[in-house]
Ligand binder design. Structure first.
Ligand code: PXP
Length: 245
């Protein structure tokens, strides 16, 4: 069964708009789990624009499903992850630029190999499994294997942006080839970014994909449906697509 990781960052985005106490991303943990989330994903950004350090501690102590921490490859973030008493099950290493609205593009593991490799080694030694958020590019997939990571998360942003245009088919093919290569090389294959109720089925049908991380579309839909219902709806769409692959 493909796992659904619910990214709760945008609950904190709303809170930080006022810098007060609510809505608390910890509330989203309970709702997401009630809706069937298999994992809680959160991104502690260097600029702390949404999730704060205390949120990470709260989520780690509250969640009964595994927690996946997204973070940049920096000494500060590696130290934070390794210093946690209760650790996330997994860490996903992502690129970060302060001026970006959201994570744009994957980590350049091939071009900037040593920092990624070193971070993977330290995080794994501390007991966390490590996934690398990469573009669906064979060079990045191959470099990810060499880094010692156990998983890749394929960046689905280009496919999602191309949705509804002829380019979408080509982007889906790139994702398929990267998923097949990752699976053949022994990596676990995850995917995420920009997924929503319309485009998720195409990605859930790709071979080897065993985890999807979804944030913006779920939180957006939760405003109108409630988070529990939005997560349950997404889980059902994924299960249906998986049944057809
Ligand atoms: N996966 C990774 C590695 C991400 O950085 C993000 C965005 O924080 C997501 C998944 C979720 O993307 P979205 O919010 O577009 O669903």
């Amino acid at each position: 069964m493909i796992r659904l990781g619910v990214n709760i960052d945008h609950v904190a985005t709303v809170r930080q708009a006022r810098r007060i106490r609510e809505p608390d991303p910890a509330w989203a943990v309970v709702q997401a789990e009630l809706g069937g989330a298999d994992q809680i994903t959160l991104h502690l950004r260097e600029d702390r624009r949404h999730i704060q350090d205390q949120d990470l501690l709260n989520v780690l102590s509250l969640a009964s499903v595994p927690v996946n921490l997204e973070m940049a490859v920096t000494p500060e973030m590696v130290a934070i992850a390794c210093g946690l008493e209760r650790k996330p099950r997994s860490v996903t290493l992502v690129p970060e630029r302060r001026e970006e609205v959201t994570t744009e593009g994957g980590l350049d593991v091939a071009g900037c190999f040593e920092p990624s490799r070193a971070a993977v080694e330290v995080l794994r030694a501390a007991g966390m499994s490590v996934s690398l958020f990469v573009d669906p590019d064979p060079a990045q997939v191959e470099a990810s294997v060499r880094s010692g990571a156990s998983a890749i998360e394929l960046h689905t942003g280009a496919f999602c942006e191309a949705w509804g245009t002829p380019q979408a088919g080509r982007e889906l093919e790139r994702l398929r080839e990267a998923a097949v290569l990752g699976g053949r090389l022994g990596l676990r294959v995850h995917a995420g970014h920009g997924l929503n109720v319309r485009n998720v089925a195409a990605v859930a049908r790709l071979p080897h994909v065993e985890e999807l991380n979804i944030g913006h579309a779920l939180i957006g839909r939760a405003i109108f449906l409630g988070l529990q219902a939005a997560v349950a709806e997404m889980k059902a769409l994924i299960a249906q697509a998986e049944g057809n692959r």
